[in-house]
Design a protein around this ligand. Structure first.
Ligand code: SAJ
Length: 417
């Protein structure tokens, strides 16, 4: 069976490599020539545990190839990004151009799968687009059990960055067909390499399901973040409070932090807000709370500077962690990075950046008084210590070494008694 995977990013590349490891004949397609050249050599441009070895073997065994244009195949998987525009409207141009690129190659009995997180109605839209481009083929009509030449479904990716490879195989999949027949055909394909259950539904339900999953997490994190701001005002240790509240058999509060990052949870809820602006009040409020958390942290820093009794230009600050979550090398939409960037403008004598997962200082800081240093140096030298990401290395810090410093622990790994 031949599979074309469009988009060789965080989802497309691992998916292509896993399919190739199961001996599917896989062509990975990306519009970015540099990415294609990297993959052709069996190398990777995204950091994810075990991905490098998998891609190397997939390419060198001949099951995975990479090109900038598609070919004829049995299955087409669209795994391209769906960002939002400035006004929070979804930007579907990558999906649209991926759809345009496969249209000439489609043939009877092909399956087209949209894995990209998409606003409700996108699967129907791409089907209509393809039907216009290929009037010689019969495409499925939404929720009508019509006989079609092509089968189209939405099967949203659900994998957790940092644990993508196991989750790609083990997670349950939601398969939303244009028709029942499309869902069944798509489900049979996933069952060839996924051990988790494949649950079939219609395309619109699958689209909203993915958006709701990430919004549920966003709302829950916003609750924790709001509680942390309330606790700060009332002088209560939020970590103790949450741990005590979670002793209740039906309470499970998530962890507050400096904000919500990554390319999914901070983006997807806006697709719901955009589709139902008058109804999605809680979802919008959660986004705004989580987005406001970096400013709250910046206020705490100003307070700490005051506490030192010195001018800001005479003191140094250490920022521990830059990535969007612990133990990954991913800086996308990272609140820690956003905060570190704003700190670099505040006029500190030195800003020490520490992140065991980041080997090269992000370009933004090059012309500032910032430097990427190791943890021991930062802790010894800085007067203000700001913990932004709970990387495993930071949990081992000897707190006695920083007992006389201004410490802001946004993740509660040190403040948690
Ligand atoms: N975070 C907190 N407090 C918490 C948990 C997370 O502040 O208690 C923050 C993290 O630090 C990070 C952000 O939230 O900045 C998101 O991290 P995450 O680990 O919750 O999620 P992602 O973005 O890595 O992956 C999510 C997952 N979705 C859900 O768990 C519902 C994943 O399964 C999805 O596939 C992925 O989004 C996606 O691609 O949509």
């Amino acid at each position: 069976m031949k599979v074309v995977v469009l988009g060789l990013g965080y989802i497309g590349l691992p998916t292509a490599a896993i399919l190739a490891s199961k001996k599917f004949d896989v062509l990975g397609v990306d519009v970015n020539e540099t990415v294609v050249e990297i993959v052709k050599k069996g190398k990777v441009h995204v950091a994810e545990p075990d991905l490098e070895g998998l891609v190397y073997n997939a390419v060198h065994s001949g099951y995975l190839r990479a090109k900038t244009v598609p070919e004829k195949a049995d299955v087409y998987i669209l795994a391209v990004p769906t960002p939002f525009k400035k006004n929070h409207e979804p930007d579907l141009r990558f999906i649209e151009s991926a759809v345009d690129s496969i249209a000439p190659y489609l043939d009877k009995e092909n399956i087209v799968i949209l894995e990209s997180t998409s606003p409700v109605g996108t699967t129907e839209q791409i089907t209509q687009k393809l039907q216009k481009k290929r009037p010689d083929l019969k495409f499925p009509i939404y929720k009508k059990d019509n006989e079609s030449d092509i089968y189209i479904s939405h099967c949203p990716e659900r994998v957790l960055p940092g644990n993508i490879l196991p989750e790609l195989i083990q997670n349950k999949r939601i398969i939303g067909g244009m028709t029942r027949q499309s869902a069944i055909k798509t489900s049979k394909f996933y069952q060839k390499f996924v051990t988790g259950k494949c649950l079939t539904t219609d395309a619109r339900t699958a689209e909203l399901c993915k958006l709701v999953e990430n919004s549920a997490r966003d709302v829950n994190i916003a609750f924790a973040n709001e509680i942390s701001i309330i606790c700060d005002k009332l002088d209560i240790n939020v970590w103790d409070l949450i741990s005590l509240a979670n002793q209740h058999p039906r309470v499970n509060i998530l962890q507050p932090g400096p904000g919500v990052g990554g390319h999914c949870i901070a983006v997807d809820p806006w697709f719901i807000v955009n589709a139902a602006p008058d109804e999605a009040n809680l979802i919008r409020a959660a986004r705004l709370i989580n987005n406001s958390k970096p400013d709250f942290v910046l206020e705490k820093i100003k307070q700490s500077v005051k506490n030192t009794g010195k001018k800001i230009s005479k003191i140094s600050i250490a920022c521990l962690g830059l990535t969007f979550k612990p133990d990954v090398a991913d800086l996308r939409e990272s609140p820690a990075l956003e905060i570190a960037k704003k700190i670099s403008e505040m006029g500190f004598k030195n800003q020490y950046l520490v992140d065991p997962n980041i080997k090269i200082m992000p370009e933004y800081f090059l012309k500032k008084t910032s430097s990427l240093v190791d943890i021991d140096y930062a802790l010894k030298t800085a007067e203000v210590i700001l913990l932004l990401v709970h990387h495993k290395e930071f949990k081992k810090v000897n707190l006695e070494l920083i007992s006389n410093k201004q410490v802001i622990d946004t993740r509660g790994i040190w403040s948690n008694k």
